[in-house]
Ligand binder design. Structure first.
Ligand SMILES: Cc1cc2nc3c(=O)[nH]c(=O)nc-3n(C[C@H](O)[C@H](O)[C@H](O)COP(=O)(O)OP(=O)(O)OC[C@H]3O[C@@H](n4cnc5c(N)ncnc54)[C@H](O)[C@@H]3O)c2cc1C
Length: 435
């Protein structure tokens, strides 16, 4: 057993006494079946206690097959083990002339961990990454194994963005597409009035677009064009092309960022902002993110801009992206095309907490849904009211995990166990305990 780890950001020290690494599927199944409480740790990039447990924390690195990557070129799918990271998968897909349609800002995470929290990239037509999943292989609470597949199982859409609560994901089958190339064009000096009035057009100007801001000065736009698509035209906005490489956070080393200035390159070396093998983002940070309906984008931008002076002192950078609607029950983009407001905060939880509450107040009229792997204080009641399939997920939890083996404190707050005297309407106290 290895010593108890912390998460990537260092703000969460896991409560489990140690990280247990099963060396065989049999050992994993026994550990789960015998465990009072069990959770799996992916690459630990979540900022809250979603991966935490007071019981047995499992790492899959030692499990045979957990790092396996099996490409079916003809069928355009890939089966990956539960510990595989995007940075490991992407070069393999590329060698087969294949690609994933979308990627997060950095390839450092495991696929299983990313899908569990509804992780997403950017683009009007790109959903959360979960949209590409075709089947999930699980070790369930009784130590049994089950494969849940799209089109065959009516609870498939509850099983991908699972919050890690349905079982141990030992493998996933994911759809790939034909490989493609991307160019990144960075623009600077975009004014707030133009952005607010044309937010849909600007964020839809290329295959994948991100706007970066400190909510004070002008915005910067990263437009990622698929080679072959029309060139993004942002000259009409008054923004000007950057005269050199940029990092999303001003002052951070630009060599950590993927290549820009219109140089074409493979999809996996342009869609993420950060390069595999380099420090992503700032390293010293906390993160939060909220999804609002895209048809209310301009109103929501205005609401946050109004509290901009409060945000700036505790913020390293904000990123604004679009995410296409998907059918996954707990996806923050469930049933609605979305605009996602991301915040990379300074690593100072006390200073961030009151500001985060103001962000949630400002976004409350827009039925904002928080990212499952980042810091928020949204109440269970608000979450329940926002997700049409909330009760279906609760029923699925009961069915696959009747004794609550995969529950943890956050799960108990979001989906109180049956014997609970009543649901808490106050926030999950995540800021206090999670950072
Ligand atoms: C620098 C940085 C950049 C980020 N950029 C983005 C971004 O662009 N877009 C975005 O949406 N998010 C982003 N995130 C958030 C990140 O995508 C999520 O936190 C994601 O869940 C991390 O994956 P992980 O492998 O580290 O999972 P962990 O944080 O380790 O775990 C997340 C959840 O998955 C569960 N889990 C993990 N593996 C398994 C398994 N095999 N079986 C069952 N359950 C499992 C865990 O129990 C936990 O509940 C970023 C985070 C960082 C630190």
């Amino acid at each position: 057993m290895a010593a108890t780890p912390t998460n990537w950001a260092g703000n969460v020290e896991f409560a489990a006494r140690a990280l247990h690494r099963p060396a065989s599927l049999g050992e994993l199944r026994e550990t789960v079946a015998a465990g009072d409480r069990v959770r799996v740790l992916g690459s630990g990039h979540s900022f809250n206690r979603i991966a935490d447990t007071t019981g047995v924390l499992i790492g899959l690195d030692g499990l045979p097959g957990a790092r396996a990557i099996e490409v079916d070129s003809a069928g355009r799918t890939v089966r990956v083990g539960g510990a595989v990271r995007f940075a490991e998968l992407c070069p393999v897909l590329r060698r087969h002339g294949l690609a994933l349609p979308n990627l997060p800002s950095t390839p450092h995470f495991t696929l299983a961990g990313a899908y569990a929290t509804g992780t997403h990239g950017s683009g009007d037509t790109g959903g959360t990454l979960a949209a590409a999943v075709r089947s999930v292989e699980l070790v369930t609470a009784d130590g049994g194994t089950v494969t849940v597949s799209r089109g065959s199982d009516d609870f498939f859409e509850g099983s991908v963005v699972s919050l890690g609560a349905l079982g141990v994901v030992t493998a996933l089958t994911v759809e790939a597409c034909e490989g493609f190339e991307i160019e990144q064009h960075v623009y600077e000096g975009l004014s707030w009035p133009v952005f607010t009035e044309h937010v849909g057009e600007i964020l839809g100007a290329a295959y994948s677009v991100s706007a970066f801001t400190d909510w004070a000065g002008p915005l910067r736009v990263w437009a990622k064009r698929r080679v072959g698509d029309p060139l993004p035209d942002l000259a009409w906005t008054g923004a000007r092309p950057a005269d050199g490489p940029r990092h999303p956070i001003e002052g951070m080393p630009t060599e950590n960022a993927t290549e820009q200035q219109g140089v074409p390159g493979p999809w996996d070396e342009r869609l993420p902002h950060f390069r595999a093998g380099f420090m992503p983002s700032a390293g010293q940070e906390l993160q939060s993110e909220y999804f609002v309906p895209r048809d209310r984008a301009a109103e929501a931008v205005r609401a946050l801009k109004e509290i901009g002076p409060l945000l700036a002192p505790v913020l390293q950078v904000s990123e604004i992206r679009t995410v296409a609607a998907d059918p996954h029950w707990l996806s923050p983009a469930h049933g609605r095309d979305s605009l996602a407001f991301h915040f990379t905060w300074l690593p100072d939880a006390r200073a961030v907490a009151p500001v985060l509450l103001r962000v949630e107040e400002a976004l409350a009229p827009f039925d904002a849904r928080p990212h499952w792997g980042k810091l928020s204080a949204t109440s269970p009641g608000t979450l329940r009211a926002s997700y049409a399939r909330w009760e279906d997920f609760r029923a699925l939890l009961r069915r696959l995990d009747p004794a609550g083996t995969f529950r943890n404190a956050l799960l108990d707050q979001w989906f109180p166990p049956e014997h609970s005297p009543g649901e808490r309407e106050d926030g999950p106290d995540e800021l206090g305990r999670g950072v």
